[in-house]
Design a protein around this ligand. Structure first.
Ligand code: HEC
Ligand code: HEC
Ligand code: CA
Ligand code: CA
Length: 477
């Protein structure tokens, strides 16, 4: 196995790049300011290993693409096959590569990795570009009989902006930005942008005035098995729906429909914790985003009025076997969490203390212990995901106005922050939040409102050196 030497090779340059990036930020600061005392200047409490035994050192473009180091030989073979499936470009039904056919008829991308680029983060398109690594969820006001969203009668629950020949893509998505400025308490200016979404050339008739839309970029793929192994009891213990402890923060679990179990379950995955398990998320992505049917979602995303879609030949029933699905699930569960960098840097340690003092940790839970899981490698691990997987009201600024099961139009799942500092190395951008509007972590924090308004205010009121220390800490994750 050459996996160890692969990371070793890039270590120096990436570490150097980070040091340079941090160095330029702090170099402008007078030494006195950089030494502003904070309550705890003690050595880091979190350490390097964010993913327990399923974490590892990882740097550069492949930082999110590594298998957990504790997989056994057979699992590593399955991981390698899962990796191949994740990167496979599915083709139209009837072609010669029979195991990888059945694309569409309606779809967003031809592969998982088309959106989860290098197992990392998608981004919104540049002006004039088509969407490449994000999608628009849609629905009508109301709920279906499982308490879930009410699909649009013609366009379903998602806009598929691509289709096989002979079938019309549903619509063209055009995204433009509204920009507005603000100032930190010390007078430094910032600017925030918010997307406006327009669906042009709808091919199957009117979308209607009451259409609800939720733009979402592809999420990172690391550490998901560990998040699945967090005991329900732990999630329920972290939840505080009525804010009983009076800290202004009232995380709630989402309860969503589990298709295989035919019952309700706690949601964990997706931007609104709208999926109960990795298996259902992966199966849903295959069917909804690529048009590959499977035993969980047996039908292509053709709504009854989409006749050409319905009439197109399929690539088997289902188009993806359970064996393939299981390998994709294993893969999606076992991408290693990269270790932290620069944990001994005093600025990073100051930033960690500021993170705790500013109330960030009330949602971005720094330490969680996983429980039982069918995959022993993710069970009983001490992890530092910086998420509670709960829903929080994030205010009107971030609201999409589209409920998803019990999540309302202002609620979002706390995003895990592990890997945050490596997104740029992996994906060449640092566009954050559910729709990629934030150009870096500072803008992401500035968008926090609702339950997170007090934490946001603390950030706005920090002296610049403190803001930079907090950002240096985030960059070490
Ligand atoms: C068109 C882009 C796109 C494609 C293609 C795509 N995804 Fe995703 N993926 C997303 C988006 C967007 C989300 C967030 C979904 C939501 O919030 O409802 C997501 C979420 C996920 C998650 C949950 C991550 C988390 O942190 O909760 C997993 C796992 C996942 N996708 C796996 C896959 C797999 C496996 C495939 C291929 C079968 C795939 N995706 C194809 C865009 C895509
Ligand atoms: C009330 C809960 C809450 C608090 C408090 C909170 N956050 Fe968040 N944070 C969230 C949620 C929810 C999201 C996802 C929002 C979205 O994507 O629209 C998020 C997203 C982020 C992101 C973007 C992550 C990504 O992958 O896109 C960063 C960075 C972040 N928070 C940092 C912080 C920092 C630093 C603080 C303290 C100053 C903080 N947060 C306080 C709930 C919270
Ligand atoms: Ca298909
Ligand atoms: Ca659709």
């Amino acid at each position: 196995m050459s996996l160890h030497s692969r990371t070793g090779g890039t270590l120096c340059c990436v570490a150097l790049g980070l040091a340079l990036a941090l160095g330029t930020a702090s170099a402008q600061q007078p030494a006195a300011e950089a030494d502003t005392p904070v309550a705890s200047a003690s050595p880091t409490a979190i350490g390097e290993r964010l993913g327990g035994d399923a974490g590892r050192p990882a740097f550069g473009q492949t930082a999110f693409a590594m298998p957990a180091p504790n997989l056994d030989a057979r699992q590593l073979r399955d991981f390698a096959f899962g990796n191949r499936l994740f990167n496979t470009n599915w083709v139209q039904a009837g072609s010669s590569t029979a195991s990888f056919d059945g694309l569409g008829p309606l779809f967003n991308r031809v592969s998982c990795s088309g959106c989860h680029v290098r197992d990392g983060r998608g981004r919104p398109p540049e002006p004039g570009e088509p969407m490449e690594s994000m999608l628009i969820r849609i629905s009508k006001p109301g709920r279906d009989n499982h308490g879930g969203i009410l699909p649009h009668p013609v366009y379903g629950d998602q806009i598929q902006d691509r289709a096989i020949p002979g079938v019309k893509p549903e619509a063209k998505v055009v995204l433009t930005w509204d920009e507005a400025g603000g100032r930190y308490a010390d007078g430094e200016a910032y600017s925030l942008r918010k997307p406006k979404i327009e669906l042009r050339d709808p091919a199957y008739g009117k979308l209607g005035k009451d259409l609800l839309m939720s733009p979402r970029v592809a999420q990172g793929m690391i550490g998901l098995g560990l998040l699945e192994a967090i005991p329900e009891a732990t999630l329920l213990a972290m939840a505080d729906p009525d804010d009983a402890n009076g800290d202004g923060i009232s995380g709630r679990v989402n309860r969503v429909y589990d298709v295989a179990a035919q019952g309700m379950a706690i949601g964990r995955f997706g931007w609104k914790s709208n999926q109960p398990s990795i298996r259902q998320q992966v199966a849903g992505a295959a069917a909804g985003d690529i048009g590959i049917t499977n035993s969980v979602f047996a039908h292509d995303a053709c709504m009854p009025p989409q006749k050409a879609c319905k009439a197109s030949p399929n690539g088997g029933e289902p188009e993806m076997s359970d064996e393939f699905l299981a390998k994709l699930v294993l893969y999606s569960r076992t991408l290693a969490v990269p270790n932290r960098r620069n944990v001994d840097d005093p600025q990073v340690q100051r930033g960690e203390a500021l993170f705790m003092q500013s109330g960030c940790a009330a949602c971005h839970t720094p330490r969680v212990v996983t429980g039982e899981h069918e995959l022993a490698q993710v069970a009983h691990q001490v992890i530092h995901p910086f998420t509670d997987l709960l829903l929080h009201d994030m205010g009107e600024g971030l609201a999409d106005g589209r409920p998803d099961f019990d999540a309302d139009g202002r609620e979002w799942r706390t995003s895990p922050l592990w890997g945050l500092g490596l997104i740029h190395a992996v994906n060449g951008h640092d566009l954050l939040l559910h729709d990629g509007r934030a150009r870096g972590p500072a803008e992401a924090i500035l968008w926090h409102g609702g339950e997170a308004a007090a934490a946001q205010k603390q950030f706005v009121e920090m002296p610049k050196a403190d803001r930079e220390a907090l950002l240096a800490f985030l960059n070490s994750l």
